[in-house]
Design a protein around this ligand. Structure first.
Ligand code: ADE
Ligand code: ZN
Length: 334
């Protein structure tokens, strides 16, 4: 790898102090490994007895292994207070990295599936987010989430919960999980309802699925943004559609390698997408599970050959892609 240019070196020297936006973070995936071990140890046969057991499963295996890891992490969350602990891990991470604007996926579908009450969990999380915002002047926006393989019914249940008692912090609704499980088209009705509720429609696509999965998401769901989407690079017509529709991608290079969405030895097409005119920003996805930071994501792209200008574009695209940009966005230009 050639050494970084002076411009790139100076970008990274200033990086820590720069205000930053992160648009793609899952709450459970932001759990600190030490918190995971503490919560797991309450069980007679803990799934994560020590930090080594967490490490052994970070970045080991493929997408199925990742989904199993995610499920096991969720199994350790047994009370609303556990979610509050994860939310505290998340805001500490935001402070450490000077992330002034974050959009965080919170999944009522997962929360109900593990037997917790959505309203109680929301009441546990909200004071953590609010306290962080008041103390720091930063902003957290929540994206409600459902799991693709649980089908439209689970997604509709999430919307029903939101309709029954809207949480003002929520600005969008997204689908995560296994994109190859249920075709995007089956969620058309769900996404019509999302728009009627004035929520931004979001979807994970082009992570495990190919460019055709991104095309189906664009055609069937009309998303305001696509999570990952990097497989669009396989088909120039899909890249052209992203450019024409101005659909941003929030790309998470470390996650893509850790889950083998990007095959070993394969070059990540993040820069090719940016150079083609796609509005790409960078995120960590599940920083607690992938042992990553936003700085590491930018370093990964710098190693692919990004110029200082391209790194700047990726940074400002975080604010440009925000659903509720506020004064945090203006601060990045100062
Ligand atoms: N949920 C949490 N992380 C995810 C990912 N990388 N892909 C799909 N769903 C997820
Ligand atoms: Zn994700």
């Amino acid at each position: 790898m050639p050494p970084f240019s002076p411009g790139v070196r100076s970008f990274f020297r200033a990086f820590g102090a720069r205000p930053k936006a992160e648009l793609h973070l899952h709450l459970e995936g932001a759990i600190a490994p030490s918190t995971l071990v503490r919560l797991a140890r309450r069980f007679r046969e803990p799934l994560f007895p020590d930090l080594a057991s967490v490490r052994a499963r970070q970045g080991a295996g493929d997408f199925r292994d990742f989904l199993a890891l995610y499920r096991d992490v969720c199994r350790c969350l047994k009370a609303p207070a556990d979610y509050a602990a994860v939310a505290r891990d998340l805001v500490r991470r935001l402070s450490r990295e000077n992330i002034t604007y974050a959009e965080v996926y919170v999944s009522p579908a997962v929360i109900e599936r593990i037997g917790l009450d959505w309203a109680a969990v929301r009441s546990a999380i909200e004071p953590v987010f609010l306290g962080f915002e008041r103390a720091s002047g930063r902003r957290i926006v929540v994206l409600l989430d459902s799991v693709r393989q649980w089908g439209p019914e689970a997604a509709n249940r999430v919307l029903e919960l939101h309709e029954g008692s809207p949480w003002p912090r929520v600005a969008g609704f997204g689908l995560g999980g296994d994109e190859s499980s249920v075709p995007a088209g089956e969620f058309r009705g769900v996404f019509d309802r999302v728009r009627r509720l004035s929520l931004a429609p979001l979807v994970h696509a082009g992570e495990w699925g190919g460019a055709e999965s991104v095309a189906a998401a664009l055609d069937d769901l009309g998303p305001a943004r696509i999570a990952h989407g990097f497989r669009a690079a396989e088909d120039p017509s899909v890249v052209a559609a992203l450019v024409r529709l101005r659909t941003p991608l929030d790309i998470c290079p470390t996650s893509n390698s850790a889950t083998r969405a990007l095959l070993p030895g394969e070059r990540h097409p993040v820069l090719e997408l940016l150079r083609a005119g796609v509005r790409v920003s960078l995120s960590t996805d599940d920083p607690g599970l992938f042992r990553t930071t936003l700085r590491k994501e930018f370093l990964a792209v710098a190693r692919l050959g990004a110029t200082a200008r391209e790194l700047e574009a990726l940074l400002s695209n975080g604010f440009r892609g925000a659903l509720r940009p506020g004064r945090q966005a203006a601060r990045t230009r100062s």
